[in-house]
Design a protein around this ligand. Structure first.
Ligand code: A3P
Length: 317
C-alpha cells in the first residue's frame, strides 16, 4: 500500500507541474484536471480514491456542486434514514452539525478512515463531477442536488471570502463572476458538473435521484418523500398520518438548523483536510438572493450560458 501511495504522490507532483493553472477562490490556484478545475489536494484525493476506496453496492452518495444545498441534504438524508433511532425532542441533529453526520469523501486523504463496518447503507458526500469518479463508485446509488447557478455563484463567493487565507489578495466579486462564467471555480465548470449527473439520471432514474434546491424550498414534503423512497425507506401510511415527513422537514429547515447553538459556534473538520466554521454553512438559505448582486447584464450572461449548455438536455435551472 505504501508503495502505491508513493507512486500516487509522484504522479500528483508531476500533474501539478503540467496541468493548466487558474486563479483559485479559496486557495491560490486551481488546476484543470480532465476538464474540471480542482485544487491540488482534491486532485491528489481523486487519485487516492481511485486506488484505495472500496465502495459497497448498498452505499448511497450525495453529490452536488459546492453551495447547492449539501448541508441541507445531509441533514435530510441522515434524519430520513435514521428516523427510527431518534425522537424529535432529543435528535442527533440538535447537538451535531449536519456536516458531521456522514463523511465528505473528497477530503478524506490517505490513509482512508476504515468505513468497512459502518451501518448499511453507508452514506458519503462528494463534490466530484461524475466523469471523474471510478465506475465502482458510479454504479452505486446517487442523490444529486442542483441549484440555480446565479445563487450558487453568490453563495460560493461569500463562502470563499470567509475561508480564503488572509495572506492572499481577496477575490473581488467582479473577478469571481468572470471566473465562474469561464468555468474556473472549484469543481467547475458548474454546467458540466450538473449536466453529467443530469444525463446519468435520465439514463438510470432508479440509481440517480436528481433534486433541485428550488423545488425543495417550494415543496419540501414532496421531495423528502421521494428521497425516502429512493433510499429504500419509504414513509408508511402510519408515519404519514403521524406527520413524520413534516417533522423531518421542520427539523432540517434553515430556520431551525441555523438557530441551533451547535451550528453557530465552533469549527467542523471535513475529512482530514478542511476545517470550516460551523456558522459558515448557513448564510441566507433563500432562492433568488442573486437579485441583490447581479446587474441585468450579468444575469443575462449566466442565463445565456445555461441556455446554451443545457439546450436539448431537457434540463431547466
Ligand atoms: P446561501 O449562501 O445562498 O445562503 P452547501 O451546503 O452545499 O455548502 O450550500 C450552502 C447553501 O445552502 C447556503 O446558501 C446555505 O445558507 C444554504 N443552506 C444551508 N442549510 C440549509 C437548509 N437547511 N435549508 C436551506 N438552505 C440551506
Amino acid at each position: 500500500e505504501d508503495t502505491q501511495h508513493n507512486k500516487i504522490c509522484k504522479e500528483h507532483e508531476h500533474l501539478l507541474q503540467t496541468l493548466p493553472k487558474g486563479n483559485g477562490w479559496m486557495v491560490q490556484h486551481l488546476y484543470n484536471y480532465n476538464g474540471f478545475w480542482l485544487n491540488s489536494y482534491i486532485i491528489k484525493n481523486i487519485l487516492l480514491l481511485n486506488t484505495f476506496f472500496k465502495p459497497q453496492p448498498s452505499d448511497i452518495f450525495l453529490a452536488s456542486f459546492m453551495k447547492s444545498g449539501t448541508t441541507w441534504l445531509k441533514a435530510l438524508m441522515f434524519s430520513t434514514l435514521n428516523r427510527h433511532r431518534y425522537n424529535s425532542s432529543d435528535h442527533h441533529l440538535l447537538h451535531h452539525n449536519p456536516q458531521s453526520t456522514f463523511p465528505y469523501l473528497d477530503s478524506e486523504c490517505y490513509p482512508f478512515t476504515d468505513f468497512t463496518n459502518a451501518p448499511s447503507p453507508r452514506l458519503f458526500a462528494t463534490h466530484y463531477p461524475r466523469l471523474l469518479l471510478p465506475s465502482c463508485i458510479t454504479s452505486c446509488k446517487f442523490v444529486y442536488v442542483c441549484r440555480d447557478p446565479k445563487d450558487v455563484l453568490i453563495s460560493k463567493w461569500h463562502f470563499a471570502c470567509k475561508i480564503r487565507s488572509k495572506d492572499l489578495k481577496p477575490v473581488a466579486f467582479e473577478e469571481a463572476f468572470e471566473l465562474f462564467c469561464d468555468g474556473v471555480s472549484d469543481y467547475g465548470p458548474y454546467w458540466d458538473h450538473v449536466l453529467s449527473y443530469w444525463k446519468a439520471s435520465l439514463e438510470s432514474p432508479d440509481m440517480i435521484l436528481f433534486l433541485k434546491y428550488e423545488e425543495m424550498k417550494k415543496q419540501p414534503v414532496v421531495e423528502v418523500r421521494k428521497l425516502a423512497a429512493f433510499m429504500g425507506k419509504p414513509f408508511t401510511v402510519e408515519e404519514e398520518e403521524k406527520g413524520e415527513v413534516e417533522k423531518i422537514v421542520e427539523l432540517c429547515s434553515f430556520e431551525k438548523l441555523s438557530g441551533l447553538e451547535v451550528n453557530k459556534n465552533g469549527v467542523e473538520k471535513l475529512g482530514k483536510l478542511a476545517v470550516v466554521e460551523r456558522g459558515d454553512f448557513f448564510r441566507k438559505g433563500e432562492v433568488g438572493d442573486w437579485k441583490n448582486y447581479l446587474s441585468e447584464e450579468m444575469k443575462e450572461r449566466i442565463d445565456r450560458i445555461s441556455d446554451e449548455k443545457f439546450k436539448d438536455s431537457g434540463l431547466i435551472v
